[in-house]
Design a protein around this ligand. Structure first.
Ligand SMILES: Cc1cc2nc3c(=O)[nH]c(=O)nc-3n(C[C@H](O)[C@H](O)[C@H](O)COP(=O)(O)O)c2cc1C
Length: 194
């Protein structure tokens, strides 16, 4: 009988390269709201080139992509914080997911059955709902196990963070805490914390 791991490891990918990114900040704030026995490593996409099949054929998978693939493969769950661009997903993040899905024979190791949660932040009013919807076919294509029980749409993100990076609105912080608790249960059904 398999014993439950004492610590669940989550990888959080921010889909923005911006230094002051609200999506990166959202993941960083989430680190302070995790259930017991959970760690969240926040990663950004710096250094990942534009996908180019000629580059792949000549030089293989870039080291930044290989490293992230290994981290996702080794993690119990993946959180994706997506910006919303033009009512859809941002190209920088899609480009990264496209690289992460190469070569195709590695997709089962990295993504098959992987618990994936979407969240997103925007100064706008819709909280990245359109971007999150746009990710659904990608999560399906990669054969992940998406988490749909809770949603995190951080609207008005330019007003959402206190100077120390924490979430200014206690009600939203409580929602994010609940999301993370439910995501943990999705990652490990029947496990501690579910
Ligand atoms: C090309 C472009 C298109 C955008 N389109 C949207 C949009 O459709 N909906 C939205 O809520 N915000 C939109 N924004 C604003 C982003 O939400 C905002 O730039 C946000 O700060 C990006 O996330 P970040 O803070 O993590 O970098 C757009 C921004 C850019 C640069």
């Amino acid at each position: 009988v398999a014993t439950a791991p004492t610590t669940l490891t989550l990888i959080g990918i921010s889909g923005s390269l911006r230094r002051e990114s609200f999506n990166t900040r959202l993941l960083q704030a989430a680190r302070g709201l995790l259930p017991a026995g959970t760690v969240l490593h926040v990663r950004t996409l710096h250094g990942i080139p534009l996908y180019d099949a000629d580059l792949e054929a000549a030089a293989g998978i870039p080291p930044e992509v290989e490293a992230l693939k290994a981290e996702i493969a080794g993690a119990h769950g993946l959180l994706i914080a997506t910006p919303e661009y033009n009512a859809s997903l941002p190209g920088v993040l899609k480009n990264a997911l496209d690289w992460l899905s190469r070569p195709p024979q590695d997709v089962p190791r990295v993504f098959l059955g992987k618990a994936v949660g979407l969240l997103g932040a925007t100064p706008g009013r819709l909280g990245t709902a359109l971007a999150q919807n746009a990710w659904l076919p990608v999560l399906w294509a990669l054969r992940t196990r998406p988490f749909f029980a809770e949603r995190i749409h951080l609207a008005g993100a330019d007003q959402a963070f206190a100077g120390d990076g924490s979430l200014a609105d206690p009600a939203f912080a409580a929602r994010l805490r609940q999301y993370l608790l439910a995501f943990r249960a999705h990652v490990q059904p029947g496990g501690a914390g579910s």
